[in-house]
Ligand binder design. Structure first.
Ligand code: UGA
Ligand code: MN
Length: 340
């Protein structure tokens, strides 16, 4: 075989092979382009469907707004003023129990809460059933609320003659509120949890302070711990440097229930964390916060670097009712139909 022949045949084969490779690449490109365009079309179709669905929802909202406006002329203004779509919602759990001053305390609190946008009030009655008084009260409160009940176990219930520090209060009710949140809110809810007792005094500023809580936050509480204030005492750059307390300073968190808030996501990260009836006196708050795996240094300092008191641990005086009680005993209350 001469060199020439070999050379003459080989380039032909080479050409064939090159041609075959080019053809395969071309087929490949054609195929992937076809796939891409199929992909593009399906994306466009999906986009068009979603746009249509959105337009339908918008039309439904307009119709709902119109019918709402026909029935309650001021409702839309109220909703627009109170629901701001880009603000995290505050979920506040309030334990409450029947007593002479209950309606007065709830009224004072509700009228503060009416000024707080993006707010849901979770009211949990310490009773076997939802009472007519609280049911009616909430219905006419004008607030966005959830009404629950959970009776305190008889073994943990204070008697009217007991000193109030003997047993922790509001435990079963706060736990019922936590259960509701975990069962009814999506785990990715951008919201803040606060425990709002029914007899304290709250400024509107404190709600705006807690609203920006990323993980957990704390601030001083006035008239707490037998001091002018208790809780974070010295703060810098959003961190708590010193805690101010006189009683049991070794507590993981020397703080009142009204002095902290946590982001809702923590409840889902620690699904078992809740309040306990069997903690030493003063450890209710610390026990809950450590259950969320929080430490003192995790707390974001609020209330202007913890330099202001924006909430007070006030208590309502028990009214003297000896004449009323005597009348009730005789079966002739002042006016049994009057709700007080
Ligand atoms: C302090 C704290 O501020 C409370 O948050 C904490 O629960 C309480 O101590 C405690 O150590 O247990 P204090 O003013 O002594 O608060 O307690 P209350 O205001 O009498 O009760 C706290 C909440 O529980 C209130 O919202 C109250 O309505 C509710 N509560 C009280 C019940 O639901 N059932 C009761 O039998 C008593
Ligand atoms: Mn109280």
């Amino acid at each position: 075989m001469s060199y020439y022949r070999v050379f003459a045949v080989k380039p032909m084969r080479l050409l064939l092979i090159v041609n075959a490779v080019v053809f395969m690449i071309w087929i490949f490109i054609l195929f992937t382009n076809f796939n891409n365009s199929e992909d593009k079309t399906s994306h466009i179709e999906e986009y068009e469907q979603k746009t249509l669905a959105l337009a339908q929802s918008e039309r439904r909202i307009i119709k709902l707004k119109q019918s709402l406006k026909n029935r309650y002329p001021n409702a839309i203004d109220y909703i627009d003023a109170h629901v701001k779509r880009d603000l995290p919602t505050i979920y506040a759990i309030t334990p409450t129990y029947a007593r002479w001053t209950q309606k007065a305390d709830l009224t004072r609190l509700a009228q503060t809460l009416l000024h707080v946008p993006n707010f849901r009030w979770i009211v949990v009655e310490d009773s076997d059933t939802k009472t007519p008084l609280v049911t009616r009260f909430l219905k006419f409160s004008g607030l966005q609320y959830t009404h629950l009940n959970a009776k305190t176990d008889i073994n943990f219930k204070l008697k009217s003659t007991d000193p109030n520090w003997l047993l922790p209060r509001g435990v079963s009710q706060r736990n019922e509120g936590l259960r509701w949140i975990r069962e009814n809110l999506p785990a990715n809810t951008d919201g803040v949890l606060y425990f709002l007792d029914d007899d304290n005094t709250y400024t509107l500023q404190i709600f705006e302070e807690m609203r920006t809580t990323e993980v957990a936050s704390a601030w001083p509480v006035g008239l707490s711990g037998a001091l002018k204030f208790e809780g974070p005492g010295k703060c810098e750059n959003g961190k708590v440097l010193e805690w101010y307390t006189a009683w049991k300073p070794e507590r993981p968190f020397p703080i009142d229930m009204a002095g902290f808030a946590v982001h809702i996501k923590l409840l889902f990260q620690h699904p078992k964390a809740q309040y306990s009836n069997s903690v030493p006196r003063g450890y209710l708050e610390s026990d809950f916060l450590t259950g969320l795996k929080l430490q003192r240094q995790d707390m974001e300092a609020k209330a202007n670097e913890c330099s202001e008191v924006l909430v007070w641990h006030t208590r309502t005086e028990k009214p003297k009712m000896k004449h009323e009680e005597a009348l009730i005993k005789q079966g002739k209350s002042s006016n049994s139909k009057m709700e007080v």
